[in-house]
Design a protein around this ligand. Sequence first.
Ligand SMILES: O=C(O)CCC(=O)C(=O)O
Length: 262
Amino acid sequence: MLNPVVSAGELTETDRFIFESWGYFVIPDVLSAEEVKQCLEASERVHRAAGTEGFGQVGRGYETEPALEQLMDHPAVLPKIRGLYGDRFIMQSGWNTKQPAFGGMGGWHQDGSGAYDFKKLSFPQIPLVQLRASFLLTDQTQPRMGNMELIPGSHRSQVTMPEALRKEKGDVSIGHVICAPAGSVLVFHNAVWHRTYAHDGDYDRYTMHYIYSPPWVRASDRLQNSKAFLEQTTPLRRALMGEFHRPDAPFGSGYEVPPFEG
Ligand SMILES: O=C(O)CCC(=O)C(=O)O
């Protein structure tokens, strides 16, 4: 089966071509089994504290859970984000998503902002504003394991998804169900049409999504950064949280580049 799989680390010209033509790629073997276990336990705590019932997305788990914080600037993934965006971007949000045991199909959508539709920025070529890295924390090697399903190339579609297809709760012929083991990362463009695929397992499925945006986009999982988190985290993570000096305010190119090389 066709699969847009790439290696961890720097974005190669082939990776870029895959991203531009499919709108996404998959990086296998990013997390070890032990790291997956720690992230899963952290996800359970985060959702328990939030009181999630059924399907739910909880932001800011990285502030209190070191295992999730580690994923924010993961060396297997961050170079891909840099390759696609250049050096100046922020982590706009970090959502931990729970799909409950025996969860059904999600609805087809493109990512964006309910408050300001990205189609208003440009249509039909919706720009890259939310670049998402989704860390799969449960096994998804077969369909119906709460996989992500995407329509390859749909970020470049000249027309929107027809209503009939959008309402479909069964399989669609052009849907690509991402099959990958726990510890893999899916990186995708906000304009790719996607949905959560059904989950037949008797356990809850968790995925940790990090969303990277241009530096002038407001954070969406927080109104303000947590002071306590900023104090204990690394300089690079602080910069990714949008904490940087702007000598040439508002957004000239003179602001300091995040300390990627430590
Ligand atoms: O199932 C998931 O974790 C992804 C949910 C989703 O499609 C989204 O957050 O845009």
